[in-house]
Design a protein around this ligand. Sequence first.
Ligand code: F6P
Length: 319
Amino acid sequence: MKKIAVLTSGGDAPGMNAAIRAVVRKAIYHDMEIYGIKNGYQGLIDGNIEKLEIGSVGDIIQRGGTILHSARCEEFKTDAGQEKGIKQLKNHGVEGLIVIGGDGSFRGAQKLTEKGYPCIGVPGTIDNDIPGTDFTIGFDTALNTIINAIDKIRDTATSHERTFIIEVMGRDAGDLALYAGLADGAESILIPEQKDDFQDVLNRLKRGHDRGKKHSIIILAEGVGSAVTYGEKIREAMNIEPRVTVLGHIQRGGSPSATDRVLASRLGAKAVDLLLEGQADRMVGIQQNQLVDHDIGDILNKKHIINLDMYKLSKELSI
Ligand code: F6P
């Protein structure tokens, strides 16, 4: 394999640039030509493809976002869209593709592989919702962004003796909420994997109030519902005026943490190795600090499992 390409797709995640850098440098190290596709699968359809050199990825390891830009592309879910993409790859003589993104991005990669284009997936999403890897690129940075925000909110929550409900991202996964709650000693955590725990939140609030504790932090994963709605429910049930903070896209930005930079560098380089070995339809991951790879089809058929022992622990520690 002499010519490969890389794209980022779906929601951006801090560390994607470090992964792009690793792919580009590893490919050049192995005397391959490497092309960058801009705007994800939309850019592939449009032929937004350019050759990358060593210098193209200089000074990006510390930058958030993705220099290749990203998009969610409906057209690529269709046969016609995929055929257009394949035509562009053929025009550029590209023999293999590395896709950095989440499960939606891997579905596209799987389709291309089925149609004869070897693809390798690199898990990049703040949600940490991909099976087959302990962590996804961007999760650690987003978690640290959340922690910084909650630390600040806690100051004012304590001063004013208020209850705060903080909504964090994660799509259908509760990992960001769970890790943030444990790291920040939140009084309650609401995650989609344990939806029916609202009564427990109320009980905890009541218990706290009875022993004179007037402030509390409740972290709500967006997959459970809206923090505004839950704020209303708490106001009605407890006769208090909780404050609501939706952290939003601040969680997706910022310079990647050291952990994310190292993870992205290892996963990006591994993806190039797999293409060189003649592999296709694989997703790289990290499990127990070892690089692994899995069949993309298997990954797409599985569900990410949250660590419920950690959830139990968070309850035990925030009595
Ligand atoms: O998948 C990453 C993510 O940030 C999710 O946590 C969130 O639900 C979604 O993307 C937001 O998407 P958009 O940027 O399109 O609003």
